[in-house]
Ligand binder design. Structure first.
Ligand code: URA
Length: 225
């Protein structure tokens, strides 16, 4: 280090004890990148609309990878996906095991969405969502649904589902005759989006990582930084 072989974000550092943030800083030794992260990384991202949930896009559309520190965290990937126009909470991790468990249908991890739908959705039609609606790929599991606001032209609804089928919420609302105009995810299991600005991310706290691991029956020793 004192020989000037180490650089942080391109700036050579020679004093010992320099602090680096493994989530954002790039560290090189003799110009070659080294990983300063050994423990798994867990992030919560507030996805904006108009962004694809892939790490690269052949069509050149904006991707989620452009918003989170992928270069500093090799192996970082999104846990599941949100549609191009869906906004809100998307988790990222380098931990394949927890991602697998969080997405596995048998785990029934709850996801909560706020939905602005077309038209005035009656209690009777929302009840259909609670009970389960028949989609092309089968009847949906019971959901928790409540009206947050309603005007003549639109209804603002909160829906909690435990499945994760493709475009599920959009298809459920289309089925009851109230197509989704805006879709925003506010929680994924024990993790909430509150406090994360649009297009911003933050690392999960150690307590959140423990809660997430518990939600999928993993032990608490996540090696959280
Ligand atoms: N359901 C949808 O229809 N779209 C999403 O992006 C997430 C859940």
């Amino acid at each position: 280090m004192t020989a000037g072989r180490v650089a942080v974000n391109g700036v050579v550092v020679t004093e010992l004890g320099v602090k680096v943030d493994p989530l954002v800083d790039t560290v090189t030794v003799d110009g070659r990148r080294v990983s300063v992260a050994s423990a798994p990384v867990y992030l919560a991202f507030n996805k904006p609309a108009g962004v694809v949930t892939t790490m690269s896009d052949p069509q050149g559309r904006p991707t989620v990878a452009q918003f989170v520190p992928v270069a500093q965290n090799p192996g970082l990937f999104p846990v599941g996906r949100l549609d191009f126009d869906t906004t809100g909470l998307l988790l990222f991790t380098t931990d394949g095991e927890i991602a697998h468990r969080l997405l596995h249908p048998s785990r029934h991890v709850e996801k909560v969405y706020r939905v602005l739908c077309d038209g005035r959705a009656s209690e009777a039609s929302l009840q259909r969502l609670r009970d389960g609606v028949a989609l092309d790929d089968g009847v949906t599991a019971p959901a928790r649904v409540k009206t947050l606001r309603s005007s003549g032209a639109t209804t603002y609804v909160e829906i909690a589902i435990r499945e994760g089928r493709k475009r599920q919420v959009r298809r459920m609302f289309s089925k009851i005759g109230h197509p989704v105009l805006e879709l925003h995810r506010v929680t994924f299991g024990p993790i909430a989006i509150e406090g994360i600005g649009r297009a911003a991310w933050r690392a999960l706290t150690p307590a959140e990582v423990v809660a997430l691991r518990r939600a999928v029956d993993m032990p608490d020793d996540g090696g959280v930084r």
